[in-house]
Design a protein around this ligand. Structure first.
Ligand SMILES: C[S@@+](CC[C@H](N)C(=O)[O-])C[C@H]1O[C@@H](n2cnc3c(N)ncnc32)[C@H](O)[C@@H]1O
Length: 270
């Protein structure tokens, strides 16, 4: 929920020009991490939801075992309900939990984990993608921390944090399997952690008065951007959703550097 598929290019384009550590604080489905080119930076994926961090760890470390566990999954309502219930009730191995979770994400309506989507989906088609994700994650550290502990742990002048917290006023969506919900006090806690850090941060939020007020501080840039609405897009292809990108550095620096580089290339050609 709240995946940055439609906004990932806009987000990556605003990354700072240089940093040594990249920390994705609210990793979720990892849309931004998977879009960002791997470089020489030290990368961390974090999510407080242990089902997500466990899935990412299993994809990174044991993709063959995960694929084996997914081979005989049925695309049926009964199998979906059984996996969903098992995630809540049963203790099991990391691989089995990752497989149940993957099945429930793939087979639920809008990947919301709640109801069976009744769509044909052959999990075997995903196996090459799991291997690809395994290769991309090979050098990524996977964490399962609350954002405040994580930020304190990795903060430093050369650290860059990308933060995509649960949207303000939609926190209820996150009280799903394995999640505790994100309250008003957590939005304030996040602001305090970000405004007192040594490193750089880029934050994405829904466009909302409370959030605009919270970050109305000297040295903080707030830029509104629009994107297609992931879910409503099915019914209305032009439905736009307004978001905020907030940073404690100049978000245009990369764009300016690229423009200068293009000019330099053009001058060389003539
Ligand atoms: C908007 S989603 C991130 C989506 C992600 N950027 C993507 O594109 O897929 C927010 C994520 O924050 C996680 N989360 C909620 N509370 C958290 C906390 N206290 N610390 C760290 N992560 C948390 C949720 O589990 C959820 O996956």
């Amino acid at each position: 929920m709240g995946g940055k598929k439609a906004l990932r290019e806009e987000v990556v384009r605003r990354f700072p020009l240089s940093y040594e550590k990249y920390i994705e604080v609210f990793g979720g489905g990892g849309w931004v991490l998977f879009h960002k080119p791997p470089g020489n930076d030290f990368e961390v994926y974090n999510d407080r939801n242990s089902l997500l961090s466990n899935l990412f760890r299993c994809v990174r470390d044991k993709p063959d075992l995960l694929i084996n566990a997914l081979k005989y999954v049925l695309n049926s309502r009964e199998d979906f309900d059984r996996a969903r219930l098992a995630l809540r009730r049963r203790r099991s191995t990391d691989i089995q939990r990752a497989a149940w979770f993957y099945q429930v994400i793939r087979q639920s309506y809008a990947a919301a984990l709640t109801s069976f989507a009744s769509q044909p989906h052959d999990l075997w088609r995903d196996f090459p993608l799991i291997w690809k994700a395994h290769r991309r994650l090979a050098d990524v550290v996977v964490e399962n921390q609350d954002f405040e502990t994580l930020i304190r742990h990795y903060d430093g002048p050369a650290t860059f944090f990308y933060c995509d917290p649960p949207y303000h006023t939609t926190e209820g969506y996150y009280q799903n399997i394995g999640e505790d919900g994100f309250k008003e006090r957590d939005h304030i806690r996040l602001r305090n952690a970000l405004l007192s850090m040594e490193g750089k941060f880029l934050l994405s939020y829904n466009d909302d008065v409370f959030i605009r007020d919270l970050y109305d501080e000297p040295g903080i840039q707030i830029e509104p951007v629009t994107r297609l609405n992931n879910i409503r897009q099915r019914y209305d292809p032009n439905c736009q959703f307004s978001e905020l990108l907030i940073a404690n550095y100049d978000m245009a620096e990369r764009g300016r550097a690229t423009a200068q580089f293009d000019l330099f290339e053009m001058e060389r050609e003539f």
